[in-house]
Write a protein that binds this ligand. Structure first.
Ligand code: URA
Length: 304
């Protein structure tokens, strides 16, 4: 049977394409060709072109001013502004269906909810139901954690990429494979470490999470650390290092150092090192990461 262009599979593929390309917000129910609107609004436009038959919906019909530009009688729901007036800005981004409308409120909401959970399983369920971070609505899956939550070593990266989003686990793609090799070099694997990210949903188009998205998700990673209760945390890359340690230093300055991190009434160690994705782009820097991993091993062995 032939499939028309509106077959659900085609529509889903097209939506996927837009999400991959970084479109993370729907402003209206219909697409608009803004270029043709500009052209149609131009005072130099010679003759009004009429496309299709006029709509019977009179609420969408506008009468062009007698001296104004001739515009299509059926305007999109957000009409062009009158000449000389600034366009109306798009509606403010809504933070999901959460009661919290602003990032600050969403972060406060996240903090209050995170405080209430008593186990990692409860935290994962809470995150799965949390609608306060817009990234949730473009991601395919929640990416909570991988590895051994009982381990005393915790690796924290930045945010899931496409592979992690598909699988629902952190560090599944090329950077994950490199992370596994780095761990193997000091005798570790994922049965001996717990692995997660500061943001549990993939930012669309693999962009970096915004500071607002990080601050909304921060109470969750803080609670995840408390519940996993590690002795040593390894922050992979600058966003994780800055979010966890509070340093403003760039990663090349921060790496190779242990920062104190408070877990309940204990102080544990947070080591900053380079992110495997950076090492894939800058393989010469692996020697710095190797130094950090040797320091990590010495610490785990009680020799540093
Ligand atoms: N990069 C990250 O920071 N985390 C992942 O899970 C994958 C890639």
């Amino acid at each position: 049977m032939s499939q028309g262009p509106d077959h659900p599979r085609d529509v889903i593929a097209e939506l996927d394409f837009h999400v991959e390309a970084g479109v993370d917000l729907c402003l209206d129910e219909r697409p608009h060709d803004r270029f043709s609107e500009i052209e149609e609004a131009s005072p130099w436009r010679p003759t009004p072109a009429r496309r299709g038959s006029p709509s019977s919906d009179s609420s969408l019909r506008v009468e062009p001013p007698s001296d104004g530009p001739q515009v299509d009688p059926v305007l999109p729901r957000r009409e062009l502004p009158p000449r000389g007036q600034a366009p109306v800005p798009p509606p403010a981004r809504t933070y999901g269906q959460s009661a919290s409308a602003k990032p600050g409120e969403a972060a406060g909401d996240a903090r209050a909810r995170a405080r209430d959970v008593a186990s990692l399983e409860e935290l994962e369920a809470l995150l799965a139901a949390f609608d306060g971070c817009p990234l949730k609505f473009t991601a395919k899956n929640l990416v909570f954690a991988d590895g051994n939550p009982a381990s005393k070593l915790m690796f924290i990266g930045e945010a899931p990429g496409a592979d992690e989003d598909r699988v629902g686990k952190p560090f599944m793609g090329r950077s994950g494979q490199l992370l596994d090799r780095m761990m193997a070099a000091i005798g570790l694997d994922r049965t001996k470490a717990y692995v997660t990210n500061i943001v549990p949903w993939r930012p669309p188009g693999n962009r970096n999470p915004t500071p607002q998205e990080v601050s909304i998700c921060k109470p969750f990673i803080e609670r995840q650390i408390e519940l996993a209760d590690p002795d040593v945390i390894v922050c992979l890359g600058s966003p994780a290092t800055q979010a966890i340690t509070g340093t403003k230093d760039g990663i090349l300055k921060a790496r190779g150092r242990f920062y104190p991190y408070r877990v309940g009434d204990r102080e544990v160690k947070a080591l900053a090192t380079l992110h495997p994705a950076y090492l894939l782009r800058q393989p010469l820097q692996k020697r710095l990461a190797w130094r950090d991993f040797r320091l990590l091993k010495a610490t785990l062995d009680g020799k540093a």
